[in-house]
Design a protein. Structure first.
Lengths: 567, 207
């Protein structure tokens, strides 16, 4: 081991700069810790490093589509995420030829390795999880109980939402609690009418505007959303939340952050004599040089599978199966939301109505199944789902498959098409021990590190729920007065929703969980995991805001414990 | 009975064309060079479409989106765009379908009008384009396999609406529209908003 020097030792190390890593950096720095923040990918500075942000459509090569070579050789997994990876965003997604993994069962691992991680390209939808979700495992005898309840996290949702800015409409629903909201985006004419009709046909249900991490007025030095809907390129106004626009600048401002991109953490150093994690081992992504860094606490925020990969790779005499893995649960209970099921229909009328701008959120229909009462109870499946979607007027793509040529076609194209509305379901995935990741030493990456082998599938509960997701969607769109209502059901393997979570779950009992109620490893108290790996179940709500809240809470606890001399 | 369609249908609609489940300054430079390749009038001949079919291709593209008060697809650079896509985007299968289809156009013209494409009158050319369009639509419905004209048409539309003529003249282009307004009169806008395919988008599942 190298002798420790000033630039090797810190109060805290944060691994990862995405949705939760940026928050760990901010909180630890603001609370007084000298913090080394390690990111495996390259630097991306807010605005300066968004090369495509202002490109017009005619400045995009290949009509913004990936080339054959890109689809087949460079982005052969990332390209499976429908239209996510395009010419203007591909640089924020991993090159699959450079980052192999093993699909023991089909799994679409969609990743971004750069400063900011997937906070640059995420969907920005933010929904709180509730006690209906926290209590479900215990009530239904599934997996293990969450070690926290809504009351523990509520103030932290307030805290993170207030900082980042989330726009939305308060609805007073217990299953998806209201947040600290900036003014909501408007619904368009068809959505407003659909809301009226659906809520009148189904009085217990609600159709509301999406709750999204976009600023509908200037906030904390960032600009108001200009309705470009080019978010994944990076925003010149900083109008949506990313680490780059929001939390990393706050951490930087303290003067206590050292941000080191191109730094791949391969394992956490476990000091067996003193029974603590003492630091991390790093490979420089560019030079291949190895280094060690030391700290009093370590925060794992390398993304769900990134963190678990590091932990599995951190072996020692005490932890031959991965750091903090006395329970045997590390790597297990992987989940991802089933989706790509819903309905679409055509809405007659409103031909003289339109909208201004490209709204970066759709509408939201909160969960209305299995809410704990007999009226919403389903006998055929547990848990529930929500819908995202919206109405819009058809654009020029409607003529790709419809008949029409010549001057008449141009005439038709000079006006928008009819209104259509669609809603897509996102459902919960029950935790199963068998859904897991393991290290694979036969397939190594370019840094000679073992890769991950992923074995995960949706089960019977998801299959039965999926059928209801399609039928209930169609039923509601028919009630909204749409015609030609059709269910769509497109099979996507786990991973494709990009809400992969679990594999280092929180729980009350060290024998059946990896983390305690403060995201702290039961076995190694100075190691915290507060990204998606910590999730004990996968409530259907988009999870990122929950990772932010858990991270802020865990950081406060970590700093308190340091002050008390417990760490 | 409510109609359902499946992933297989989605693949048919998207995947058949592509054969699959369908460092910042370098990127910018690459984009600049690719974008410049599709500008009209570069004087470079087609690479994939045989020279003998270039006239037919251009004629079909013009027939799909001719010049009206706004430029047509030929002026917007679609023939060059299409050739680039054949070279770099499509699979060999799609290329073969297009090349064979274009080569067969003359034979069809002779069959129907007794003359090859180049010697048809403008009304006859229009009728040919409409005929091919109907065939393409029917074939998509019946078998899901690509008719060469469906590929030409999709790329004509795509290339046009990713050109300045399509994106900024036939549509209304504002890169930063400002605060979103949900329910306004169409007449206050006057044209369709420029549409860049951008997920998540229900259009992913429908063509």
């Amino acid at each position: 081991m190298l002798k420790k020097s000033q630039d090797q030792s810190y109060d805290a190390i944060v691994i990862g700069t995405g949705i939760s890593g940026g928050w760990a950096a901010k909180e630890l720095c603001e609370r007084g810790l000298r913090t080394l923040v390690l990111e495996r990918g390259p630097m991306v500075r807010h605005v300066q490093d968004y090369p495509t942000m202002n490109l017009a459509p005619w400045e995009l090569p290949y009509g913004n589509r990936l080339t054959r070579e890109e689809r087949e050789e460079k982005y052969f997994v990332q390209g499976r995420k429908a239209y996510a990876v395009t010419q203007d965003t591909k640089h924020f997604f991993v090159r699959d030829d450079e980052h192999p993994y093993v699909e023991t069962k089909p799994f679409d691992w969609i990743r971004g390795y750069q400063v900011g991680g997937r906070s640059l390209t995420w969907g920005r939808q933010c929904y709180r999880i509730s006690d209906l979700d926290f209590e479900a495992n215990a009530k239904e005898g599934i997996a293990v109980d969450w070690p926290i309840r809504y009351a523990d996290i509520a103030p932290w949702y307030d805290y993170v939402e207030s900082f980042i800015g989330v726009s939305g409409q308060a609805e007073g629903l217990p299953q998806v609690p209201d947040g600290q909201f900036l003014p909501p985006f408007e619904m368009n004419c068809v959505e407003r009418q659909a809301k009226q009709r659906i809520e009148s046909a189904f009085p217990e249900r609600c159709l509301t505007i999406g709750r999204t991490a976009h600023l509908t007025r200037p906030h904390n030095g960032r600009g108001q959303c200009q309705s470009r809907n080019l978010c994944r390129r990076g925003c010149p106004y900083g109008a949506y939340f990313s680490s780059n626009s929001s939390t990393l600048p706050a951490a930087e401002k303290t003067g206590r952050m050292t941000l080191r991109p191109d730094s791949i953490v391969t394992s956490i150093i476990y000091d067996e004599q003193n029974d603590v994690a003492s630091g991390v081992r790093v490979i420089d992504a560019v030079t291949g040089e190895t280094r060690e860094f030391f700290s009093k606490i370590v925060f794992c925020n390398a993304s769900t599978l990134g963190s678990t990969h590091i932990l599995l790779n951190s072996v020692s005499n005490r932890f031959p199966n991965g750091l903090g893995n006395s329970s045997g649960e590390l790597g297990h209970n992987l989940m991802d939301h089933p989706f790509a099921i819903g309905a679409v229909g055509v809405h007659e009328g409103f031909d003289d109505k339109y909208f201004k701008g490209n709204r970066p959120t759709g509408i939201y229909i909160p969960r209305f199944r299995n809410l704990g009462d007999s009226a919403t109870r389903r006998d055929d499946y547990l848990r529930g789902f929500h819908y995202q979607g919206g109405a819009s007027r058809q654009n020029w793509t409607r003529y790709i498959s419809a008949a029409g040529t010549g001057a008449e076609l141009k005439e038709q194209l000079s006006r928008p098409g009819p209104w259509r509305m669609g809603i897509e379901g996102y459902g919960e995935h029950l935790p199963e021990h068998e859904n897991r990741v393991e290290l694979n030493f036969e397939v190594k990456d370019r840094w000679d590190q073992p890769t991950l082998a992923i074995s995960c599938s949706h089960g019977e509960n998801e299959r039965v729920m999926r059928k209801d997701m399609g039928e209930a969607a169609a039923e509601m769109l028919e009630a909204a007065g749409l015609r030609d209502v059709r269910i769509f059901d497109i099979e996507k393997p786990p991973g494709n929703n990009v809400h992969e979570m679990g594999t280092a779950r929180m729980g009350r009992d060290p024998k059946t969980s990896v983390l305690n109620g403060f995201n702290q490893m039961h076995d190694v108290p100075n190691v915290f995991v507060s990204d998606g790996a910590c999730m004990t179940s996968s409530p259907c709500q988009n999870p990122s805001i929950t990772y932010m809240a858990l991270t802020a809470r865990a950081c406060a606890h970590a700093v308190e414990e340091l002050k008390r001399g417990n760490l | 009975m409510r109609q359902t369609f499946s992933r297989r249908e989605a693949i048919i609609r998207f995947g058949y064309l592509t054969g699959g489940a369908l460092s910042a300054s370098t990127l910018a430079a690459l984009m600049a060079s690719c974008a410049s390749e599709r500008k009209a009038g570069t004087g470079r001949g087609p690479r994939i479409v045989p020279q003998a079919s270039a006239g037919v291709l251009e004629g079909l593209i013009d027939g799909i989106l001719p010049a009206t008060e706004t430029p047509g697809a030929v002026e917007a650079g679609v023939p060059e765009f299409f050739d680039l896509m054949l070279r770099d985007y499509f699979t060999a299968i799609a290329r073969d379908v297009v090349v064979a289809g274009l080569q067969g156009v003359d034979a069809t013209c002779v069959e129907v009008y007794g003359l090859p494409w180049e010697r048809l009158g403008s009304g006859q050319k229009t009728a040919m384009v409409q005929r091919l369009d109907r065939q393409a639509v029917a074939q998509r419905k019946e078998s899901g396999t690509p008719h060469f004209f469906a590929i030409v048409k999709e790329m004509t539309l795509w290339g046009y609406f990713y050109s300045e003529a399509g994106a900024a003249q036939l549509q209304r282009y504002e890169i930063s529209p400002g605060a979103y307004e949900g329910c306004i009169d169409y007449d206050d806008v006057g044209k369709p908003w420029t549409f860049i395919v951008s997920p998540p988008n229900l259009d992913d599942y429908f063509v």
